[in-house]
Design a protein around this ligand. Structure first.
Ligand code: AMP
Ligand code: GLY
Length: 425
């Protein structure tokens, strides 16, 4: 088989790495890929924001399976176009991806199907939003309706802050483009959990649970980022709670989408808050998470391609995912200044030595090859990931590998997994 992966981040590096391990795959191509992916796959250039350019690459490569990593190509309708051309594609249609691309759609959908989520109001004007504000306790959560690369959620501690957020979103001052809809919602408390399932439209195969660290600073402080690290352990979710989530959240979502003629095929990612009232959906994503995927796939023992293909062919129940018991952790090394502005082009050293640390894989996010040398090219640069029998060991190995790696301004959190470590008996 020849598999084409769309995307250029750490998630796509982990996908290419896992796909290349399948004995059924003889070629992995990644468009556009990055400096590290080039070691696991053949990279071909593409403009990921341009549907016709994406389709050009798919026709040129004629792969047996296309795996779409990020949300943007999904929102452009890449999966719809490939389905129309009878090219096997793992990833939801544009309509099904609305679970991620429109928060007001997702909230109304959950309301229609009694899926537990925070109370909300969807507002189409500043006046409507200001009126709705009186109905909520503080803090109140205000969200841009559309894709905002992790910058669209504001937790407001005062009414004045909320009014500024509302004005900023509708005027375009906050995100660059003016929003026409926002979602206001009740603030929930609890532990967050990323629960991902592979879906074929009807059935779901759960992946091991994970948790990510969204904030830049240690102790979960400072600005939100794309994710500074993630970890996965069996202890994060007991089987009873897992079944509850499957029966009360995952299957009602799949059944609801199918009943509304938008069957969901791809990865359904539930961002959950484990509240005192039980698990509630904070958000859906219509794709693998980044950096959760790096940690999750390190624990996968069975063949990822078997599962992806079964999902595409609507026979997922036949594909069983097997996992390494224990734990994994991914620590992200970022450029100084991220998530604000940062410089790129710095050579990265120590990668070979770091890769020799037992249990470690280094997934590249923002790197490129320049005259045969790996250099930084993005905010999140590397995801140093390790698998071990305990979370302590996985973290120990990942940090040991990181100690070998250097580039100018390298920044990473030293407290990945801290909550889980504290909760251990
Ligand atoms: P989202 O993109 O909707 O997942 O939101 C990003 C982050 O904002 C989440 O991971 C939570 O940490 C936080 N968040 C979103 N919605 C809520 C909520 N209703 N209550 C508390 N925190 C929230
Ligand atoms: N790690 C969060 C996300 O992928 O959206």
């Amino acid at each position: 088989m020849k598999v084409l992966v769309i995307g250029s981040g750490g998630r796509e590096h982990a996908l290419c790495w896992a796909i290349a391990r399948s004995p059924r795959v003889n070629e992995v191509v990644c468009a556009p890929g990055n400096g590290g992916i080039a070691q696991a796959a053949r990279c071909v250039p593409v403009d990921q924001r341009n549907l016709s350019d994406l389709l050009r690459v798919v026709s040129a490569e004629s792969p047996d399976l296309v795996v779409i990593g990020p949300e943007l190509p999904l929102s452009l309708g890449l999966a719809d176009e490939l389905q129309r051309r009878s090219i096997p594609v793992f990833g939801p249609t544009r309509a099904a991806a609305m679970l991620e691309t429109s928060k007001s759609f997702a909230k109304r959908f959950m309301q229609r199907h009694q899926i537990p989520t925070a109370h909300f109001a969807a507002c189409n004007s500043q006046e409507e939003a200001l009126a709705a504000l009186d109905l909520f306790h503080l803090p109140v959560v205000i969200k841009a309706d559309g894709l905002a690369a992790g910058k669209g959620v504001l937790i407001c501690e005062s009414k004045a802050e909320a009014r500024d957020a509302i004005a900023g979103l509708f005027s375009g001052k906050l995100l660059g483009a003016a929003e026409s809809t926002l979602v206001m919602e009740e603030f929930l408390t609890g532990d967050e959990l990323s629960f991902l399932v592979i879906c074929d439209g009807k059935h779901a195969s759960p992946l091991v649970p994970a948790q990510d660290h969204k904030r830049i600073g240690e102790g979960d402080t400072g600005l939100n980022t794309g994710g500074m690290g993630a970890y996965s352990t069996d202890a994060m979710l007991d089987p009873q709670m897992r079944d509850w989530i499957l029966h009360r959240i995952v299957y009602p979502t799949l059944d609801g989408m199918a009943a509304e003629d938008m069957p969901f095929c791809g990865v359904l990612y539930l961002g959950l808050m484990m509240t005192a009232r039980g698990p509630m959906v904070l958000e859906y994503n219509a794709r693998f998470g980044d950096p959760e995927t790096q940690a999750i796939l390190m624990r996968l023992e069975s063949d990822l391609v078997d599962a992806l293909q079964a999902a595409v062919e609507g026979r997922l129940s036949a594909a069983e995912l097997r996992w390494t018991p224990g734990a994994s952790a991914c620590v992200v090394a970022a450029s100084a200044g991220y998530p604000g502005s940062y410089k790129t082009g710095f050579p990265i050293t120590g990668l070979d030595q770091a890769a020799k640390v037992p249990g470690v894989q280094i997934f590249h996010a923002g790197t490129s090859l320049s005259n045969g040398e790996i250099v930084t090219s993005g905010g999140r640069v590397l995801g140093v990931t390790a698998v071990a029998t305990t979370l302590e060991d996985a973290l120990h190995q990942a940090y040991k590998a990181l100690a070998h790696i250097h580039f100018e301004g390298i920044t990473y959190r030293r407290d990945i997994g801290h909550r889980a470590l504290k909760q251990q008996p």
